[in-house]
Each structure stands twice: as C-alpha cells, then as structure tokens.
Design a protein around this ligand. Structure first.
Ligand code: NAD
Length: 424
C-alpha cells in the first residue's frame, strides 16, 4: 500500500486562508465567471528585492523586501509596510488582497497593496532601521508613487519610518512629494484624526449595528478585547455615547466591572504604567477568554487574529460583534455565530476607518490643504455609516451574513470596474 503523508495538524487557523474561504463564497453567490475569478485573485504586480545594509558592527547583512500590488483596478494601490521576522511573499500577497477588499467596501478609489521586509525591528538600532527603510524606498522607486502605489505603516513601522520613506522618495524626485505615503508625522503632512480613526470607525459601526438591533446605547453594555490604539479609542468613544463598557483587556489579562469601567482612568493608568493595564484597580481580573463570552450587547475584538474560534464560538453571548482587529474570527466559527443570530460587523468594514483617514491624508497632501478635525471626523463618519448601510442592505438582499455581504459589495465593485475598463 502506498504511504500517504498525514496532513499537518494545525492548532490555529490561518486568518488569510479564512479570508479566502469567505472570498470564494461571495464569488460563488455573485456568479462571477472563472476568468474574472482569476483576474481578482492573482496579484497585478509583485517585486522582491535584496537589500544589503551596513549594520552598526560594520558587517553587511542582506534583507529581503517585498511589495505586492494586488489590484490597481479602482485606483492607485494602498497598503502598509510590515517589518517582522515572519514576513514572506505569500503573506504579503494575501494581505495585499485584503487591502483591495477593504478599500472597495468603503468605496475609496484605491486598489490594494502590501509590503514587508523580513527583519526584527526589536533587535535593530534606529540607524539600521533608517538605512533599511531608505534602501527599500530606493529599490521601490518605480513601484511607489502618489498616483501608483501609496504605502503606510503596518506592524513594526510607524510615522518615523514613513518620514524616512517620504524624504528618500522626495530626494530622488527632486521635490517634496508628501502624497507618496500616509501615516506621516503631522508636521510632514500627516492628517489630524488618523490616530483615533480606526477606533472611531469601530464606534460608528457599533452604533449603526445597535440601531439595527434596536438596542438603546444608553442601556447597552460592551466588552472590548485589546486596549491599544483601536481598542482604547473605540472604548472611550462608545463610553462617550452612553454605552457602559464593562470589560477591557490587554496582553496582561482582562478587567471586568459590572457597573462600568472608568475608561478615561484606564487610559491614564495604561499611559503611566508602561502601556499596560496590569494591576488596574477598580475592576475584577478575568481572562481574555472569559471576556469574549461575557453577557454583553457589543463585543469588540480589537487585539489580534483568530480569537473567536470553533471552540469558543458557541459560548459567545454578545448580541453583536464588531471586529476591530483583522481576522479575529476564524472561518470555522462563522456558522456557529450565524446560527446563534449574532450580528457580526466584519473586519474589512468595521476597521476601515483607518484607511479612510489615510485616504484623507493623501487628498489633503495632493491639494496642499489641511482639514480641521471636525471636517475629518464628519467625513469619515459618513463614509463608515454609508458603507455599513450598503453592506447591511446587501446582506438582506442576498440573505447572507454581513461578512459575506461585505465581500459581495467589494468584489462586485472591482469586477464591475474591470468590465468598464476592459482588458487586452
Ligand atoms: P496595538 O499594538 O496598539 O494594541 C494591541 C492591543 O492588544 C494591546 O492592548 C495588547 O496588549 C493587546 N493584545 C496583544 N496580544 C493580546 C492577546 N493575546 N490577548 C489580549 N490582548 C492582546 O494594536 P492596534 O493598532 O490597536 O491593532 C489591533 C488590531 O487592529 C490588529 O489586528 C490590527 O491589525 C488591527 N487594525 C489596526 C488598525 C490601526 O489603524 N491601528 C487598522 C486596521 C486594523
């Protein structure tokens, strides 16, 4: 008998495979042709470069960097640059596709892209990081461009790296081109409102969802996993709108108070406590796993991927889940969540507030203009609310959960645009 190699046992689902499962389902429902399926699936361009960098010890180390433009059908491509030891071309390809669907679902005129360098920022000096970022920018001079491909920060990079990218690109072009990258420091043309934009979009999605479920926000409770950029901004903004946030968490554990957590106090505590909620007073300590199954109206996973799984989905009691994190629900949990009648506002919609305000940054840079915070918030709230309504309506029309509806909206938009533009 032939020996058959057993399939590898995976104790964790891959969020990117999870995304493709939902993509395939939406494509099937839309009746997309096989030709169009491959047009939407295969990246438009991918570039891999070797970057020899002189390290502080005088030795030269070669890093591998990638940039993948998944699609530029809707407009210039948009997506972050990740500095992480695990970066590889397959991951970058999948994350680039994710950006295509996210931009399309909120109707922003961008395609999707992603970049990354396999490196460990925690073990590198500022000088080494700067040389690496500048070398990567030079290697990508004919990929990046305000009308071609606009990078942004992602895991391991931030405003500092975006400033180096902008400077290096501008030097090569002989003029200041701040629209080539978003997520820049404010003084270099960054946008007001960008820091809180993703949490704000989560809040708008949660408010819209409560409205559909006829939940009065002043009587509603919420539990929020992750108290970083997305989670803490979502928490304070929901709290300001009357929602009682009964649980928050971070890597140190979860903190529960049935009378409501003092969110402003928690933010101050975290900022004075080296960024962690460890020993946060005024709340009972529970586990992150327990937080997910609390009896609340709104659950916001805003920490990491794959936290709601086949194993714990049946214990979730929340009436709605608003996905602040990317890929927090594995595909195998979808059916259980849907059977329980929980409304899920999916990641590609709920956390798109960040890319929306990045788009505003690019628009302001191109116009040489600076919008005030009020204008930015009003415009991003409107985009988030309109997108929510469109996805909700699509979910009713197709009789599918909002997650699949979001992919339907996004895929249809890109496919229709391609048909008008035409091919060879
Ligand atoms: P962050 O680093 O600012 O915060 C992450 C938070 O999660 C921290 O409080 C951390 O302690 C906590 N955390 C980490 N591991 C955890 C664990 N195992 N259990 C519980 N808590 C844990 O990151 P962020 O920018 O807030 O991003 C959070 C998620 O949102 C990520 O999935 C990210 O990809 C996604 N996202 C962020 C943005 C953005 O604009 N920042 C945009 C779209 C999506």
């Amino acid at each position: 008998m032939t020996y058959i190699e057993p399939a590898p046992i995976k104790d964790k689902e891959n969020p990117l495979e999870s995304m493709m499962q939902r993509f395939d389902k939406a494509v099937e429902l839309l009746g997309i042709s096989e030709e169009m399926y491959y047009i939407l699936k295969v990246p438009a361009r991918q570039v891999t470069v070797g970057l020899p960098i002189t390290m502080d010890n005088g030795r030269i180390k070669v890093f591998e960097g990638h940039r993948v433009i998944h699609s530029n059908i809707l407009g210039p491509a948009k997506g972050g640059i990740r500095f992480d030891p695990a970066v590889n071309i397959d991951e970058v390809r999948a994350l680039a596709a994710w950006m295509t669907w996210k931009c399309a679902v909120v109707d922003i005129p961008y395609g999707g892209a992603k970049g990354g360098i396999a490196c460990n920022p925690r073990e590198m000096s500022a000088g080494e990081m700067e040389r690496l970022m500048r070398a990567y920018t030079v290697a990508m001079l004919d990929v990046f461009g305000p009308d071609r491909d606009i990078p942004a920060p992602d895991m391991g990079t931030g405003p500092r790296e975006m400033a180096w990218l902008m400077d290096e690109y501008s030097k090569a072009k002989g003029m200041t081109v701040n629209a080539v990258v978003t997520g820049k420091p404010l003084v270099l043309g960054g946008s007001l409102g960008r820091t809180e934009a993703t949490g704000r979009g989560v809040m708008v999605s949660a408010m819209a969802g409560m409205d559909k479920l006829k939940i009065n926000p002043y009587k509603a409770t919420a539990a929020i996993q992750g108290f970083g950029n997305v989670g803490s901004h979502a928490a304070i903004l929901l709290h300001e709108r009357g929602v009682k946030v009964v649980a928050i968490s971070d890597i140190s554990g979860a903190y529960y108070n049935e009378n409501g957590i003092d969110i402003e106090g928690a933010i101050k505590y975290r900022d004075l406590n080296r960024g962690t909620l460890e020993n946060f007073p005024g709340a009972e300590k529970i586990t992150n796993e327990q937080l997910l199954t609390l009896d609340v109206d709104v659950l916001v996973p805003a920490a990491k991927e794959d936290v709601i799984t086949h194993d714990n989905a049946s214990f979730i009691q929340a009436k709605m889940i608003v996905e602040g994190a990317n890929g927090p629900t594995s595909a195998s949990a979808d059916d259980i969540i849907n059977e329980k009648g929980i409304l899920v506002v999916p990641d590609i919609l709920a956390n798109a507030g960040g890319v929306t305000v990045s788009y505003f940054e690019w628009v302001q840079n191109r116009m040489g203009y600076k919008w005030n915070l009020d204008r930015i918030n009003r415009r991003s709230d409107r985009i988030m609310k309109d997108s929510f309504d469109k996805v909700f309506l699509t979910s009713q029309q197709f009789n599918v959960p909002m997650r699949i509806a979001a992919y339907i909206v996004a895929i249809k938009k890109v496919a229709d645009t391609y048909k008008f533009r035409g091919g060879y």
